[in-house]
Ligand binder design. Sequence first.
Ligand code: ZN
Length: 725
Amino acid sequence: MKNHPKNRWQDSLAKTLDPVARLVYRSNLIGEDPTLTNTGGGNTSSKIMEKDPLTGSETEVLWVKGSGGDLRTAKRDGFSSLYMERLKGLQKNYLGSKAKGPKSQIEDDMVGAYAHCTFNLNPRPSSIDTPLHGFVPARHVDHTHPNAAISLAACGKGKELTKEIYGDEVIWTDWQRPGFDLGLILEKVCKDHPKAKGAIMGQHGLINWHEDDKKCYELTLELVGRAAEAIEKKDRGDKTFGGEKYKSPIEKERKALWLSILPWLRGKVSAQQRMIGTVQEDVTILRFVNSKDAPRLAEMGTSCPDHFLRTKIKPLYVPWDPATGDVAKLRSLLEEGLEAYRADYKKYYEKCKRKDSPAMRDPNPTVVLIPGLGMVAWGKSKSESRVTAEFYNCAVEVMRGAEALGGYINLPQQEAFDIEYWQLEEAKLKRMPAEQELARQVIAVVGAGSGIGKETAHRLAKEGASIVCVDLNEKSAQETSAELVKKLGDGIGVAGTGISGCGPAIGLGANIVDRKSVADMLGEAVYAYGGIDGVVVTAGIFVPPDLEGRIPDEKWAQTFAINVTGSYVVADEANKIFKAQGLPASLVLTTSVNAVVAKKGSLAYDTSKAAANHLVRELAIELSPLVRVNAVAPATVVQGSAMFPRDRVMASLAKYKIPFMEKEGDEELRTRLAEFYAKRTLTQSPITPADQAEAAFLLVSAKRFPRTTGQVIHVDGGLADGFLR
Ligand SMILES: [Zn+2]
């Protein structure tokens, strides 16, 4: 049956593992199954007998998924470990406090006390769900956020239905914010209902337990499966969400519509801070946004607490009729919708805030729903926006189930607020490391397949930018992007349609002398990330001359087409996106010191670079005040350069009368030439792609030279002939 979790437990594997590794294994199995839990949601535990390093005697230790982890990707170090005896001992402290219960100060103080229960110096901080696991007496506990179970938990008749579906095996508990008191409630459930195997936690999720770990996993599957079955039995088919109100345009038209609004919309939702987008337009989301009930349900917001931390209390839904295809109307609806959303958010904050609440956060929506098109989710990074999209996907599935079961209910606003603005959440945000310099920025590097471009892509990624690697050779662009993804990791969150499901880098092919090719490439980048903040062009061509120092006329034309017109076309097309976004942007071109040093044998190249130098100045004027335009002018970067093939290296060695042998390898010849060039410079050291990449980073970053535009920076080791005057 659809939405039924599959049992993937392998005894042959499990029996090779120690008890903690078995817990990690069980957690990963649960985390990998989207019908069982969402990214970052849920937690698992095992109570394991261990040798106490202090006394040498056996002691019971609770191993439980720690704070900030994710079941799918968790490893052993994602789990905290606590002396059971000490954790249980905290009950005396808690119960002795005058003020106690949900949202009391002692609840939050208990989180700090968990560190005092740590077994064996495990540095992983404990999560707020620790008492849920510690106070349920069974050896193994799974707490999950399955869409099917949350449908039950977020249904008006959830309590009755739980009884109907599970009898006395699963007990209903009313919504309560996670914390110490909720742990005590679960402890009481186990005491009062010794036969119970689990509980549906109102508007939150599922928790179940067993003495055996494999059986605990199987129980999770079974209980989720039973909820899913109950939903399927009442599935409303064509009448899901009240039935269809709008029809989606075909895929190609949908994409064109997305591209026509994404950069503009990104500019709007980035008014306080830049956001990166994830577009989702699969069948599930389209059915929802096109439905009759979407406006009502969207307004009610998401339910599961860790959903709305990212999705905000509700998404922005705009009542646009896709049959009109009227983009201007869509924009005006979005504009009005955004204004109303921000005002609503402010109202919600003012109404629910407490005297010690943190200041109001960004009032812009993180989820935007458009009939006919689907959803775009926004976050501070690609990974974050994918999680947000995933969570709203979950919310749609939860609403489908809850509506089928009798009617979806949302969490009261004050409860939502007390999660969103919880001091513990605020403390978590404050503990996060400062954002990197290029965080929230999408930068395209044109020429990223090799040499300076590849080095620049790596340099900018290191500063936190999302990188669009572009090259005439698409394969090499993809290789660079694969290197970056491998280095940085894919991040978390499972969502995004097509290329929009990407990680921190993508690789695309484009021919910069072909305007359509450039526009298509930038379109893909916009679809992947929602917009672009900077472009660095390192692509160029040097045609080696014949023995008389000449190149054919068509090669002259090609040299100018690539080195001058190509950069112009990229700048002109990127500027359309920059203008639509209305956010400050940066463009960095690559010229050459040869632009100002006349010499023999490279007429076409040198004059094209002189033109490129002036192109920088012209563009700086044309694109101001929004876009800064600057250039890096390298000289004689031999290492790893596609512009120094073996032939050219040998021609140059011959020109400078440097002895070499035919049989010598490419790198030996290149090193020889690089050393010769280095001797001609004032700093006497070879010039590397890393030197150029550093300059490109400084120029593209809005923080380093924010007042510099129209400039060409020489990175040449110091060539007196190249001094500008
Ligand atoms: Zn939970």
